[in-house]
Design a protein around this ligand. Structure first.
Ligand SMILES: [Zn+2]
Length: 337
C-alpha cells in the first residue's frame, strides 16, 4: 500500500482509536530506545567500534548509523549515567519506557551529576520537560546559565604537513585570516569566556581546536588563572596545565624524534591508519599517536616503515592484539595509581 493510501485508510478510525494507536506506537518507540541504550552500554564496554573502524561509540553512531550528532550525544549521555550510577539504572530504564524521563533531559543533567546529588537530580527531573528542567537546573546549579552559553565541541585541525590556513575543516572566513596550525582555540558564545587569541608561536605537532564547557571548580579555576595571568590566552593556560600533568606522570612526550614524527603525520595524512576488516579506514584526526607496527618490546625500531598514526582507541586495540587484553588492562590500572 502506498503512503497516501495508507493515510487515507486511517480516515475511518475514530478519535479514540487514533489516539490509542499513537499511544501504542510511542510506547514502542520508547521501549526500542531503552533497549538501544542497554545494547549501546554493552557495545561500548566491549569497544566494538574499534573493530568496525571507528574511534568511539559516538563516531560509530554518527558516521556509521547516520544518527544526528545531538541524537548520538543524548544516547551516549543516557548510557553513561546508567553506567556511572548503577543504583539508578533500573529506575532510569523504567522511566524511559514509561515516558517519565527522556534522553534529552538526562543529557541535560549529565554534566552536573555526582554521587551526592544524582538521586536528587533524577527525582527532580522525572516527569519534567526540557523547559522545566532548564528552570530547575538554573535554580539548583550555580552559574548554570553561564555554563550553558558555551557549546562543547572539538575540531581537529590539520597537522604540520599542510600549509597554514589550508584546512578544509575550518570555515572559509576563518581559514583565510588565521594561522591555523598547532593552535588550541576556545570557541565561546558567551562573554564569560575569553575571545579566541592566536598563539604567539607555532609549535610542530598535531593541532586541536576545541570549545569546552567547564563546570564548577574547573570554570572557577580558569577564570582565576585568567586574572592571575592576564597576558596568557586560554590555549597557553591549557598547554601549561597539560604539560604539568604529563610531567607529574613522568610520561615521555615520544621516543620518536620530532623530524620523523612530522614525516609520519604527513605520510599518513594526519589521520588514523586503522582499517577494519570490511575496508573502512578510521576517520579520527584527534588524539593521534605514533604506533610501532612491530612493538619496541618485540624488537621494533623507530624507522618510518615501522611507524604509523593511530588514534587512542586503535592504538590500544593494537596493543591488546600484541600483548593481550589482561596485560594491557593491568598496565592501564597501574598507570592510574
Ligand atoms: Zn582510529
Amino acid at each position: 500500500m502506498q503512503v497516501a493510501e495508507k493515510i487515507q485508510s486511517l480516515e475511518h478510525l475514530s478519535q479514540v482509536e487514533l489516539v490509542a494507536a499513537l499511544d501504542k506506537y510511542l510506547g514502542t518507540e520508547r521501549r526500542l530506545l531503552g533497549c538501544f541504550i542497554l545494547y549501546l552500554i554493552e557495545f561500548d564496554r566491549r569497544k566494538i567500534f574499534r573493530e568496525l573502524g571507528f574511534s568511539s561509540s559516538y563516531q560509530w553512531m554518527t558516521s556509521g548509523l547516520g544518527l544526528s550528532e545531538s541524537s548520538a550525544v543524548r544516547r551516549t549521555n543516557a548510557a553513561r549515567i546508567m553506567v556511572r550510577f548503577p543504583h539508578l539504572a533500573e529506575r532510569i530504564f523504567s522511566e524511559i519506557l514509561n515516558g517519565q524521563l527522556s534522553v534529552m533531559v538526562l543529557s541535560m543533567i549529565f554534566a552536573h551529576m555526582n554521587n551526592e546529588n544524582c538521586v536528587e537530580l533524577i527525582e527532580n527531573i522525572s516527569g519534567k520537560n526540557r523547559l522545566e528542567v532548564e528552570k530547575f537546573l538554573a535554580n539548583r546549579i550555580e552559574g548554570y546559565h553561564a555554563m550553558q552559553s558555551t557549546r562543547a565541541w572539538m575540531r581537529i585541525l590539520p597537522g604540520p604537513s599542510k600549509p597554514s590556513g589550508s584546512s578544509e575543516i575550518l570555515e572559509p572566513s576563518r581559514a583565510s585570516s588565521q594561522h591555523v596550525q598547532n593552535e588550541v582555540v576556545f570557541e565561546a558564545k558567551s562573554n564569560q569566556m575569553p575571545a579566541p587569541v592566536a598563539p604567539a608561536t607555532q609549535v610542530p605537532g598535531p593541532a586541536i581546536r576545541l570549545a569546552v564547557t567547564l563546570v564548577g571548580e574547573g570554570a572557577r579555576d580558569l577564570l582565576r588563572l585568567r586574572e592571575l595571568y592576564p597576558y596568557r590566552d586560554p590555549s597557553q593556560i591549557i598547554n601549561d596545565a597539560l604539560c604539568m600533568m604529563r610531567k607529574a606522570r613522568d610520561l615521555p612526550a615520544s621516543r620518536v624524534p620530532k623530524a620523523i614524527q612530522r614525516k609520519i603525520f604527513a605520510r599518513d595524512g594526519n589521520q588514523c591508519t586503522f582499517v577494519s576488516d570490511d575496508g573502512r579506514r578510521c576517520s579520527e584526526r584527534g588524539r593521534l599517536q605514533i604506533d610501532h607496527i612491530l612493538p619496541v618490546a618485540k624488537g621494533g625500531d623507530d624507522r618510518p616503515e615501522n611507524l604509523r598514526l593511530l588514534c587512542a582507541a586503535h592504538n590500544q586495540l593494537m596493543a591488546e592484539r600484541h600483548f593481550g587484553k589482561d596485560f594491557m588492562r593491568d598496565k592501564i590500572i597501574s598507570a592510574k595509581h
